[in-house]
Design a protein around this ligand. Structure first.
Ligand code: SAH
Length: 375
């Protein structure tokens, strides 16, 4: 701990009366799904049929569930698949290969997800909270405050919807599958630990119990909530962990990422290293490059030293050109300064790749998600 401790309320809504999302099939474990189906007066095997429609065929539409009698499917879908997400608006960029969706939740809360198609993979950036309580100075979501945590099903529904879109060939390049999921949309995933972990379980469970994704293709990005990072290391699910560091010194980091006054740079890096030791997964360090703020060569050197103090080969750096947020005094680093920063990190032996800024013109890039409606 360094500096003055801040009091962060990570659990309760900061504005607006908000309800609890209705329970959904996806919130339930496979055993609970069987119970739920029998409680509605149907045979246990119907649970597996529903799971196959949802997780294998990415459908929650009773019209497609033709292996169930019509009355049965209508009853089960009505009882177990409440509509959680309504697509209010979609925006595309990069010739249609980046798609941002603004979702309205059942209570009017709003979140966004961003689907990006690359040559050999497809990545969906999902939201785990409506708004965010961590107030990082340079992040649009951070300026909104926290509305509420999303439920497991509200998060998984973003993934199902994207998978459906890709399967239906709605993204140029022909029908395909979703390969990667990153918790880099709105919210701090580790501040909604339980629902996020349940989401990860649904994503990696083999079909038809879950989506059958590979844990290594799922990235959980955190501002550095150390106890939750330590807990994640013990879950036995080797997701990729990304730590949003943005500065190697406490003085600056506490300004940019207020939670640093609670868990310092050293504590966050130690915890990230523990995650590597526990899981064997190389950790990503995210670093939004802000002109004349955190992009000095000496900070690159300091970062390289701090990372190497813990060991070699355990970490990868991901500088991100700052995506400007309206009203913010910060801008992206000069490209030459960025290059020098990257070169210094590499000289320290740290593998470093600059993150692309896909979707920035539709406010769909890192740190730009604010779920604002302009009509
Ligand atoms: N709360 C999590 C995940 C959300 S954002 C976290 O902080 O890691 C995903 C990444 O985008 C984080 O590294 C975040 O720091 C970064 N980011 C936020 N605002 C940004 C901006 N304006 N430009 C570039 N990256 C930004």
């Amino acid at each position: 701990m360094t500096g003055t401790p801040v009091r962060l309320d990570l659990s309760s809504p900061s504005r607006g009366p908000r309800g609890k999302p209705p329970k959904h099939f996806v919130d339930l474990t496979p055993e609970q799904r069987i119970d739920a189906v029998t409680e509605l007066g149907e045979k246990p095997f119907r649970a597996k049929q529903l799971a196959t429609h949802y997780f294998t065929h990415l459908s929650n539409d009773p019209a497609t569930m033709t292996d169930l009698p019509k009355a049965t499917r209508d009853k089960l879908v009505e009882g177990l698949f409440p509509r959680l997400l309504t697509a209010h608006k979609t925006m595309t960029a990069d010739n249609g290969t980046t798609v941002k969706t603004l979702w309205h939740l059942f209570d009017g809360a709003k979140v966004e997800s961003v689907l990006m198609r690359y040559k050999n993979r497809t990545t969906l950036c999902i939201s785990s909270q409506a708004g965010c309580g961590l107030a990082c100075a340079f992040c649009a979501t951070g300026q909104m405050g926290l509305t509420r945590n999303l439920s497991t099903a509200e998060i998984v529904e973003q993934v199902r919807a994207a998978g459906r879109m890709l399967a239906d060939g709605e993204v140029p390049g022909g029908p395909t599958r979703l390969t990667n999921v990153v918790f880099m949309g709105m919210g701090e995933p580790l501040a909604n630990y339980k629902s996020v972990m349940e989401t990860v379980r649904r994503l990696v469970a083999p079909t038809p119990d879950g989506l059958g994704m590979s844990a290594r293709n799922i990235t959980v990005s955190t501002v550095g909530m150390v106890p939750a990072m330590n807990k994640l290391a013990g879950e036995g699910i080797p997701v990729t962990l990304a730590l949003s560091l943005h500065a190697p010194d406490d003085e600056l980091r506490s300004e940019l990422v207020p939670v640093n006054t609670r868990w310092s740079v050293a504590e966050a890096i130690d915890s990230a290293h523990r995650y590597f030791v526990a899981t064997g997964r190389r950790v990503s360090i995210e670093y939004a490059m802000m002109r004349d703020i955190n992009d000095q060569a000496w900070r690159a050197d300091l970062l390289g030293e701090l990372l190497n103090q813990r060991g070699r080969g355990w970490v990868h750096c991901n500088p991100i050109p700052l995506n400007p947020v309206p009203g913010s005094k910060w801008t992206a680093s000069d490209p030459q300064v960025e290059q020098e920063f990257v070169a210094r990190l590499r000289a320290h032996g740290i593998p470093t790749t600059v993150r692309d800024t896909r979707g920035s013109e539709i406010d769909g890039a890192c740190g730009q998600l604010a779920a604002e409606e302009d009509e």
